[in-house]
Design a protein around this ligand. Structure first.
Ligand code: NDP
Length: 254
């Protein structure tokens, strides 16, 4: 038996049209899954779809802004109408929000990052959980957190707060859903060059690299396997956990 085989599985990846989400989607189709990618930008969705289909994968893209609960419900309904079911959900869409000192930010800035990185995960998970329980089916819920959840990240309090909050959500849901054979876990990437991170100031990147044990930043290809593991039978006895992929950045004191 191949414990990493995802044939017949349907995985949903929010933010699947770019960066880490697209890497997850690529890994999943390589392991045999069919993949639904959600994103706001139709052109990025179409390009990502081509990218995934070039691997011989079965995929479909759905336009969805995950900060809008009603769009999530419609995208989820459309996903199930297209594929017939969902087995694994990667709540990956997110962003860095406004940088800067917390006391200089507005309540609107704060609420925006909560909507994008925390409330979006709750709103995405809800219909997936209801769907899995109604089908009496096992399932996998995976959120993209960040090493910012476990390291202090000045000038990005909203980002660090939301990425830590989803770890609490992960543990709570792992307990709520354990008896339903639904596993809930989190991935915490370190610095990976993507559209989101490309504008990180050079001084921050240099400092981060100095204290990264591997001496190099991560690549998108290195994100593919963890998605397969967390969507597959191999992770059936793992729930409520966080996997850090950061080349040793977060364990290094200097
Ligand atoms: P990208 O900018 O490449 O990808 C972000 C993805 O999220 C895009 O697909 C984007 O699609 C989607 N997205 C953004 N806002 C929304 C929204 N409101 N509704 C729906 N989709 C949205 O960045 P990354 O791949 O780096 O980011 C993916 C996740 O990884 C994020 O949660 C990020 O916090 C996390 N992360 C990234 C790290 C890094 O170093 N890159 C490190 C640790 C965590 P579209 O624009 O079409 O909506």
């Amino acid at each position: 038996m191949n414990f990493f085989d995802l044939s017949g599985q349907i995985a949903l990846v929010t933010g699947g049209n770019s960066g880490i989400g697209l890497a997850f989607a690529r890994g999943l189709v390589k392991a045999g899954a069919s993949v639904a990618i959600w994103g706001r930008d139709e052109q990025k969705n179409a390009d990502a779809l081509q990218n995934i289909q070039a691997l011989g994968g079965n995929a479909q893209a759905f336009v969805c802004d995950v900060t809008k609960e009603e769009q999530i419900q419609s995208a989820f309904d459309a996903t199930v109408a297209h594929f017939g079911k969902v087995d694994a959900c990667f709540a990956n869409a997110g962003g860095s929000g406004k940088q800067g000192l917390l006391h200089k930010q507005t309540t609107a800035d704060w609420n925006a990052i909560l909507d994008l990185n925390l409330n979006s995960v709750v709103h995405t998970y809800r219909p997936v959980i209801a769907h899995l329980i109604a089908r009496k089916a096992p399932g996998k819920l995976i959120v993209t957190s960040s090493t910012a959840a476990v390291m202090g990240m000045g000038y990005a309090a909203g980002y660090g707060t939301t990425k830590a909050a989803v770890l609490g959500l992960t543990r709570a849901l792992a307990i709520e859903l354990g008896r339903n054979n639904i596993q809930v876990n989190a991935v915490l990437p370190g610095y990976i060059e993507t559209e989101m991170s490309i504008n990180t100031p050079q001084a921050f990147r240099d400092a981060a690299l100095r204290r990264t044990a591997s001496g190099v930043f991560g690549t998108l290809e290195q994100m593919e396997g963890v998605a397969v593991f967390l969507a597959s039978k191999s992770s059936d006895f793992m729930t409520g956990q966080s996997i850090i992929l950061d080349g040793g950045h977060s364990i290094s004191p200097m």
